[in-house]
Design a protein around this ligand. Sequence first.
Ligand SMILES: [Zn+2]
Length: 350
Amino acid sequence: MLNLRRCIKFIAAIIFYYSGIFIFYKRFIMNGKVTILMFHRVTDTFFDISLLVKQKTFEECMKYISQSYPVISMDFLSQNFDTWENIPDDSFVITFDDGWIDFHDAAFPVLSKSKIPATIYLTTGFVSSECSYWQERLNNLLIPVLANRNIFLKTDTIISIPEIDFKLRGLISKSEDMQILFKFIDCLKKFTHDKIMKTISDLEEFLEEHSIKTSRDKHRSFINWNELNNINDSNISYGSHTVNHMILTNEQTNVVEDEICKSKEIIEKETGRKALHFCYPNGNYNDGMKKIVSKSYKSACTTNSGFVSKDSDIYSLNRIGINEEMVTDWRGNFSKYVFTLSLFLESIRQ
Ligand SMILES: [Zn+2]
């Protein structure tokens, strides 16, 4: 079914590419626009495939973009934003969120070979640490919880926050296994970071008490300061993605200020490079946060899907999130046809 859908998309993409719609799209819709691409992981496996692009796909995608479009840096975009005069039509900016280790191992070698500028938004608390992304930790905990759902459902109050405990019990009794993780992640995103962390430690405690084994990933997930300092390439800029990747709209102002300002100080101290650009974790922001960010940064990205033009707000820039399915054909090979159709579909969704 998935292959059939992707086959149909591929055929539609070829028709689109060679039809007048593509020419119209390039000439009129993308005139005066910049596309900021958002990548997360460049690796072959990850529990959340919506955040993944395979290395081979990434390489081909970058080759295609750099040969077909102007690629500008976030520094160049922010410096020329007010006048917009020097910004080429239909240009691209490449960004990476979170600071995954595969930026060093897989993405940077490709970018460096073709001298493509890019910005990596670092979550400074993740850099050089063994900690993992809470969504990934939750995935590793929910697999054994679901395999032992009878024990879970028979035990009174596992998660000490009643609303969260109630929600997880409801999902486990009613939803399909495949949906539970992502529905539960969506539910947790409404709570403060402290409550999310408490939920994770309560689940760990429950599994430990019942001697249920969890699968712990021993590999380091995030880049470290040595790797960042070894990159030492002026085409690569380091931006901030806070200290702890908290959803800022759920937190108190003093916490928000600390997350926004301390991460900048840490990056500048550890790398000796300026951190001029910011990216809101999970894309959540409000006017108060934009104000705090504007005091120390030159730009800020959201996760809102869309393009950037002269009328955009430099402190809430839209991006297009890229994953494997958006850029590959039914065989899993990079396809410029599928890539351009995916961008076109995003442009008409606005
Ligand atoms: Zn992020």
